[in-house]
Ligand binder design. Structure first.
Ligand SMILES: Nc1ncnc2c1ncn2[C@@H]1O[C@H](COP(=O)(O)OP(=O)(O)O)[C@@H](O)[C@H]1O
Ligand SMILES: [Mg+2]
Length: 375
């Protein structure tokens, strides 16, 4: 367990940490979040003694860290920052081996660590071990950075906005991977972010800091349900609102996105075959630039379809469209007031985002009321 007891830290006459007390249990994924400058990085650096507090006590497993040898201490604590700082003139294997070598593990043990860690993140040894950082993508470099922190298996890993500079897709992959590794190896992770999405996705416990103080420590669910103050509420933003069902719901919240879309030049027979295979009775037809052209129902094809004709000849302009950002209320009104079976939801560029059907609407309302439905 990591414990802060009344910890204070100032720079000059500026108080950075103000009587901070907190606890992080073994094997816990703890996420420190709060506005920029609230003291998250400072808190993290105190744990591995990159800086020292002015007063108050920090213990790990009951031992006061100020009485420990810092080199020993840091061997038990992995550290990942945004600029991961892989050594550019060392291979992936050498980068991962730094800590095990420092710990003076025998060569076989070092090799074993490198192999097992690369396996863990699905980067085959043969392919990656001998590459240099510059030969890897940003996401792969960060993966190696995370690996290096886990190498030699320190029980505690500190991570300071490690994925801040990555694109959203790589970021999500690494979040999942980190969570998976943490669960598997039962690490204690202290993770800093200012992104509530990330915190909600990763944390067992979210520690919300404000002006050098801990304002709330709670599970994601609990924090969503009972945010301690307005700042936390605003950080929760849309999550918060959807938990209470008071958010402004948009058309996009009610659409289904799996829609059969075909180019307008497709032949009728082919369209029928696709509809049969996918078991749908409506087609969305697109212009050549992927913008919405219209819809065609199976009834229309039955009545008017002829082999060899292009599907665009059968487009009816009965379907109504709605922009995905439009108020869901408008979608309801349109759908309920008409005899239409569905509305076509469009993206801002005129391409098709999805369809709102009576079924998709009912399902989304059910989920809002009772949470995720099973099917
Ligand atoms: N070495 C330093 N000297 C002076 N002020 C510092 C130093 N390090 C951090 N600070 C100040 O302490 C405050 C908290 O910093 P930090 O812990 O990095 O915040 P966070 O990570 O939450 O954004 C900021 O106002 C920052 O400017
Ligand atoms: Mg910081």
């Amino acid at each position: 367990m990591i414990q802060f007891q009344n910890v204070n830290k100032s720079y000059g006459n500026k108080k950075i940490l103000d009587d901070l007390s907190l606890e992080i249990r073994d094997g816990e994924f703890a996420v420190l979040i709060g506005p920029s400058g609230c003291g998250k990085t400072t808190t993290l650096k105190l744990i591995n003694r990159l800086i020292e507090q002015d007063n108050g006590k920090i213990t790990i497993d009951g031992r006061d860290i100020s009485e420990e040898n810092t080199v020993e201490l840091r061997r038990r604590i992995g550290y990942v920052i945004q600029q991961i700082g892989l050594f550019p003139n060392m291979t992936v294997e050498q980068n991962i081996s730094i800590v095990p070598k420092l710990l003076k593990y025998p060569k076989e043990k070092c090799d074993e660590i490198v192999h097992s860690l690369l396996k863990l993140v699905e980067m085959p040894y043969e392919e990656y071990a001998h590459k240099y950082p510059a030969e890897l993508s940003g996401g792969q470099q960060q993966r190696i950075g995370v690996l290096r922190a886990l190498a030699a298996s320190p029980p505690i890993v500190l991570m300071d906005e490690p994925f801040g500079a990555l694109d959203p897709i790589t970021r999500e992959l690494l979040q999942e991977e980190t969570r998976r590794i943490q669960k598997k190896l039962k690490k204690t992770i202290v993770f800093v972010t200012h992104d509530m999405d990330e915190a909600l996705r990763l944390a067992d416990t979210i520690l919300f800091m404000q002006e050098g103080k801990l304002v709330q420590a709670a599970s994601p669910e609990e924090m969503l349900r009972n945010p301690a103050n307005d700042l936390i509420r605003s950080f929760m933003g849309r999550h918060m609102e959807s938990a209470n069902g008071t958010a402004k719901l948009l058309a996009e919240d009610f659409m289904r996105t799996r829609v059969l879309k075909v180019p307008e030049t497709m032949h009728t027979l082919e369209c029928i075959e696709m509809m049969r295979q996918r078991d749908v009775n409506t087609l969305v037809v697109l212009h050549e630039d992927d913008t919405y052209a219209g819809t065609v129902s199976i009834e229309t094809i039955r009545k008017h379809g002829q082999a060899g004709r292009e599907i665009r000849e059968l487009i009816s302009d009965e379907a109504m469209t709605i922009s995905r950002k439009e108020d869901a209320r408008a979608a309801f009104d349109q759908l309920l007031a008409s005899s239409l079976q569905y509305l076509v939801v469009l993206n801002e560029d005129g391409t098709v985002a999805g369809l709102i059907t009576r079924t998709s609407m009912a399902k989304a309302m059910g989920e809002a009321l009772w949470g995720e439905l099973t099917s």
